[in-house]
Design a protein around this ligand. Structure first.
Ligand SMILES: [Fe+2]
Length: 201
């Protein structure tokens, strides 16, 4: 049984440091579209013919291929918008984990920025439950580049739609603004919620 997803509400109500409300609101509309398409795809999968499933072409196969694009588009954007709205000051358990796994906040940020400048969609900070450490992966699309068994903590959206309104082609300055607005309480809350802070490695 499929339960439809409800789009979250945008909690940001004013311009952020270097990120206009207009840009964020327009971006949020794209997120709402992913929720809608996720629900549509999952509903159609309920009745699509499984007997004709085929890797070259089939209705079921095409729905399954687009399902991960829509679901990841929805989920990554939810983390992205939730992580904004703070003052950007690193703190808490996540800082300790970053120091352990990257050698320091500056080194971590340098890798996030370089990944963000390299990727065609996302630079994602995640926690790998198997390796029991943080990792940063590049995604060239919502459903390209994801690594199994990793929990998303902080996805940095580097699609042009995320910054073009305010920055045109200046992705690097947009990325700097992204870090200035991070809500570290939210990020640390994820670590607690998923029990990552209880894992001994
Ligand atoms: Fe986006």
């Amino acid at each position: 049984m499929i339960k439809p997803f409800e789009p979250k509400k945008l909690e940001i109500e004013k311009d952020l440091a270097g990120m206009s409300l207009k840009m964020i609101q327009n971006h949020f509309k794209l997120y709402e579209g992913y929720v809608k398409k996720t629900n549509e795809i999952q509903e159609k999968l309920e009745t699509a013919d499984k007997k004709t499933a085929n890797g070259v072409y089939s209705e079921y196969g095409e729905l399954k291929r687009q399902e991960t694009f829509a679901v990841n588009g929805m989920k990554l954007h939810e983390f992205y918008f939730s992580a904004l709205g703070g003052d950007g000051t690193p703190k808490g358990a996540l800082v300790e984990m970053i120091e352990r796994d990257f050698g320091g906040v500056d080194a971590w940020k340098e890798e996030m920025v370089a990944t963000g400048l390299s990727a065609r969609g996302w630079a994602v900070l995640c926690y790998d439950y198997g390796e029991m450490r943080l990792r940063i992966y590049a995604g060239d699309a919502h459903n390209v580049g994801a690594v199994w068994n990793c929990a998303v903590l902080l996805p940095l959206d580097v699609y042009e739609h995320a910054y073009f309104i305010d920055y045109a082609v200046d992705r690097k300055t947009y990325i700097e603004s992204f870090f200035k607005n991070l809500n570290w309480d939210f990020l640390n809350g994820l670590i607690t919620k998923w029990g990552i802070d209880k894992i001994q490695n």
